[in-house]
Design a protein around this ligand. Structure first.
Ligand SMILES: Cc1cc2nc3c(=O)[nH]c(=O)nc-3n(C[C@H](O)[C@H](O)[C@H](O)COP(=O)(O)OP(=O)(O)OC[C@H]3O[C@@H](n4cnc5c(N)ncnc54)[C@H](O)[C@@H]3O)c2cc1C
Length: 356
């Protein structure tokens, strides 16, 4: 087959941060055959392969990417009614995640409604196990069809083999091992929306709502926080949250809370803590960043912190990846110095290394 491999293709327009340099080689793969042929071509040309979806969780380095960037664009969803009120949906990797969520919600299938409005593709959703407002992709993923990039053989991986965790998975830990080709999800026909997250409950006034109303409520909250892709939004050039919420041992959380209380005035709010699996405790990265002195709307030249979300670092226009990563380092360093907590970067760096 003839592959239309392009040279020196700017990657910034393929990312939501809109920064970074070009890909030395670039290929759009609308099907498995093109993807496999592209990988073979890359091997023959000694070029490392990098996979790209919607570019909404990527920081591309200013010098660009020395290799073949393959954008997976195969789209489509297939429904398979099952037993006991379950419906199975199989979605191709290049399908827009939110189009899948919208279709499932409109069809009265529960399980994805809280994940409304997350940018990017279906194939990338398992990579960091996308999550929001009390749901994560791993709650409904049954299995994945993947291409083993070493053998070029497709295979099925059950969800139990994907090591899903908080913004984590096997794919995040072993990048370059698999390309996700399609995702199979199990959804509940006629199921009720997941209303666990306090902010979402208050958004629907504590009422009993349907799936569509829950989706609308999530979209409204996200819009207020600039967490939807909106070309009119001044905070639009971001990757959403730049840092994950730190998960620490219970002892470490208690020690930190005691230290903060001891140093705080009577008006200071205590360290927010949420129990998670394994007896560990999740801290709020936004709280730590704000208390370390980094406010929403802070600017450093052409980069800054979103005016509506402390965790979102934004390209204010014309910024470089180096400028963005310098701000990230400043914020991370400030939190480490003030609280002794190391923040983990959520997006993936392509052609760059974080300066810490
Ligand atoms: C405004 C905004 C809000 C956001 N809100 C959330 C949120 O609420 N929750 C959340 O979890 N995330 C959120 N994100 C982050 C992002 O949308 C998700 O991580 C999304 O899943 C990334 O999809 P993508 O297609 O853009 O992936 P890309 O950015 O293109 O790629 C991300 C990583 O996945 C790899 N990858 C992509 N496709 C495949 C594939 N088919 N097979 C193997 N590897 C692949 C890439 O190589 C890369 O390492 C937000 C981002 C933005 C810009």
């Amino acid at each position: 087959m003839t592959l239309s491999i392009r040279h020196d293709v700017p990657l910034a327009p393929h990312t939501t941060l809109e920064l970074g340099g070009p890909a030395r080689y670039f290929l759009e793969a609308p099907d498995e055959e093109t993807l496999t042929a592209g990988i073979r071509w890359a091997r023959e040309h000694d070029a490392p392969v990098h996979l790209l979806g919607g570019g909404s969780n990527l920081v591309v380095g200013d010098a660009g990417v020395d290799g073949l960037v393959i954008k997976l664009t195969a789209a489509g969803i297939r429904w398979e009614p099952g037993n006991g009120g379950n419906t199975t949906v199989i979605a191709d990797a290049g399908h827009a995640w939110d189009d899948l969520v919208a279709a499932a919600t409109a069809a009265g299938l529960a399980g994805l409604e809280c994940l409304s409005g997350i940018p990017g593709t279906v194939g990338a959703a398992p990579i960091q196990n996308v999550g929001a407002y009390g749901q994560e992709a791993a709650d409904t993923i049954l299995s994945l069809r993947v291409l083993d990039l070493a053998t070029l053989e497709p295979k099925n991986l059950p969800a139990t083999g994907c090591a899903f965790g908080y913004r984590d998975s096997l794919f995040r830990r072993e990048p370059g091992r698999f390309a996700v080709l399609a995702v199979t999800l199990g959804l509940q026909a006629g199921g009720a929306p997941t209303l666990l997250y306090p902010e979402l409950i208050s958004e629907v006034d504590g009422g009993t709502v349907g799936l569509q109303e829950a989706r609308e409520a999530v979209l409204a909250m996200r819009r207020r926080k600039s967490m939807l892709l909106d070309p009119q939004d001044e905070n639009r050039r971001s990757v959403g949250s730049f840092f994950t919420n730190p998960i620490v041992t219970r002892e470490a959380a208690e020690r930190l809370a005691a230290r903060i209380d001891a140093n705080a005035g009577h008006t200071e709010v205590s360290l927010p803590r949420y129990s998670v699996e394994g007896g560990r405790v999740k801290l709020s990265a936004a709280w730590l960043i704000e208390r370390a002195g980094f406010a929403r709307g802070l600017r450093r030249g052409r980069v800054g912190i979103s005016t509506r979300h402390t965790l979102a670092l934004v390209n204010l226009g014309g910024a470089t990846a180096a400028e963005l990563l310098a701000l990230a380092a400043e914020v991370r360093g400030g939190v480490l110095e003030r609280f002794g907590v190391s923040l983990r970067m959520e997006p993936v760096c392509l052609g760059c290394t974080p300066p810490w």
